[in-house]
Design a protein around this ligand. Structure first.
Ligand code: COA
Length: 255
């Protein structure tokens, strides 16, 4: 069992912590598996009322592990990443995130499925899918234009440049910006507040707010997933991953 994700239940709050600092909390297949299982358990367990995702005050997550992309690409619908993405998209209870430092790729797109997001003023969100020869995932190609407006979503997804916490607050991706040292504790306090409320009301409120959207989100995820899997094997992505591993700039002039 990996310790790269810490699963900690205290009272009715389950906290899932990215704990792979030496690799900037990048997420391996094993980590997606632990996250997916923890979400499934929390969804079923009557004692679990709220889930909080958090990283370290210097880094939330560098996104998918690039070595995995290169050597162990995710294989289809039952893959751990796919189980995790479907798990956050359909999680019925309140889901919170506390984000400090870089939140790259899935580190940002997973936030689109959280109910409340608190960010450190050092948070830097980025969606470098195109720069890696890939396409967006986690239904972000559907949800981001709706949240940001088309042009700001196109800027974030096509240029892939980081945007900071204040910009994320402005577009509605985060609820509140705080000093990094306070974010995890603040999010934990908000999670405890929610855990003290009637669970059925929270679950029904979330269901009503998201009603009519879930099928479209899952359909978009499937289509993104198929495109992503195809593009992972193509020359642009291979060049981008090799360049990252070799610590050089990618050369897309021939792809
Ligand atoms: N997958 C695998 N390893 C990763 C990683 C990832 N996504 N992100 C970082 N690492 C590794 C680095 O290779 C480095 O390894 P090394 O110590 O063996 O050299 C180590 O983690 C530290 O990363 P480094 O880049 O030196 O840290 P930084 O503080 O300068 O930058 C980031 C942090 C997150 C901005 C930067 O690491 C980054 O951009 N990572 C890639 C993000 C990415 O493209 N993810 C895929 C999204 S789809």
């Amino acid at each position: 069992m990996t310790t790269d994700i810490l699963v900690h239940a205290e009272g009715a709050v389950t906290t899932l912590t990215f704990n792979r600092l030496e690799r900037k909390n990048s997420i391996t297949a094993a980590m997606y598996g632990v996250l997916a299982d923890a979400l499934a358990t929390a969804a079923e367990d009557a004692a679990a009322r709220v889930v909080l995702l958090q990283g370290h005050e210097t880094i939330f997550s560098a996104g998918n592990d690039i070595g995995d992309f290169l050597h162990k690409p995710p294989a289809g619908e039952g893959s751990p990443v796919s189980r995790f993405l479907r798990g956050i998209a359909t999680f019925p209870k309140p889901l919170l995130a506390a984000v400090c430092g870089p939140a790259v790729g899935v580190g940002t797109t997973m936030l689109l499925h959280c109910d409340l997001v608190y960010a450190g003023d050092n948070a830097a969100f980025s969606l470098p899918f195109v720069n890696l020869g890939l396409v967006p995932e986690a239904a972000s190609s559907l949800l981001l234009p709706r949240m940001f407006g088309y042009h700001r979503a196109a800027e974030a997804l096509m240029l892939g440049e980081p945007f900071m916490a204040e910009a994320a607050l402005e577009v509605g991706l985060v609820n509140r910006v705080l000093p990094p040292t306070e974010v995890n504790a603040y999010a934990q306090a908000q999670a405890r507040k929610l855990a003290a409320k009637p669970l059925a009301s929270l679950v029904e409120t979330k269901r009503l707010m998201k009603q009519g959207r879930e099928a479209a989100v899952l359909k978009q995820m499937d289509e993104e997933g198929r495109t992503f899997a195809r593009m992972l094997r193509e020359p642009a992505a291979r060049e981008a991953f090799s360049a990252f591993m070799e610590k050089r700039k990618p050369d897309f002039s021939k792809v």
